[in-house]
Design a protein around this ligand. Structure first.
Ligand code: IMP
Ligand code: MG
Length: 184
């Protein structure tokens, strides 16, 4: 492991216990997901890829480069977590896309589905804006959400029930820049 990664592993006294998905594994799966999304919509239909910040920013940027069809993109900022590793149950919308969702196919891009609280709040809100369709694409899914109102159509990996960091995912804002996904 490179020196820089070793240093990152000790950020704030927290230690990464293991690498769960390495760079190559992530890249291969993200490319597959991009191709699947490309084929799911007719070429002439308007597609808006909507990323949930901040966690999805790296996944989103890799993913859209594997979607080989015209698209628009925007972001939403929804915060459901404080600084710790346990969900608070509240979702605050800090940024809302200014562009219309009406008569567009929407793919909502998430980093990880955990309790499902974020999606359960967001999906009805987005559906009220009259999209042609709404689908969720998540890199990771813990499969512990009790009442997900919309199951993700595209899931990168069925994630272990651990706190994962890296490739956009954070713990108290640390570790987002790790190129792999690790467990704390
Ligand atoms: P949910 O609302 O509980 O499904 O959680 C959604 C959000 O919480 C995700 O978009 C992440 O930002 C964050 N989150 C949930 N689990 C993890 C984890 O294991 N590592 C890092 N962030 C997480
Ligand atoms: Mg987060």
């Amino acid at each position: 492991m490179p020196e820089s990664v070793t240093t990152l592993q000790r950020t704030g006294g927290r230690e990464i216990s293991r690498i769960v998905y390495n760079e190559d594994t992530i890249a291969a799966r993200v490319a597959e997901m991009g191709h699947e999304i490309s084929e799911a919509y007719a070429q002439n239909e308007p597609l808006l890829v909507l990323g949930l910040l901040k966690g999805s920013f790296i996944f989103m940027s890799d993913l859209v480069r594997h979607i080989h069809r015209p698209l628009h993109l925007d972001f939403i900022v929804a915060s459901s977590y404080g600084s710790g590793t346990v969900t608070s149950g509240d979702v605050n919308l800090l940024y809302d896309p200014s562009i219309s969702l009406e008569s567009k196919h929407i793919v909502l891009v998430e980093d990880i589905v955990d309790s499902g609280t974020t999606l359960s709040r967001l999906v009805p809100m987005l559906e009220r804006r009259g999209p042609l369709s709404l689908e969720i694409c998540t890199l990771l899914h813990k499969h512990i959400a009790a009442n997900l109102i919309l199951e993700p159509r595209w899931v990168g990996f069925d994630a272990p029930h651990e706190f994962l960091i890296g490739y956009g995912l954070d713990h108290s804002e640390d570790f987002r820049n790790l190129p792999f996904i690790g467990s704390l």
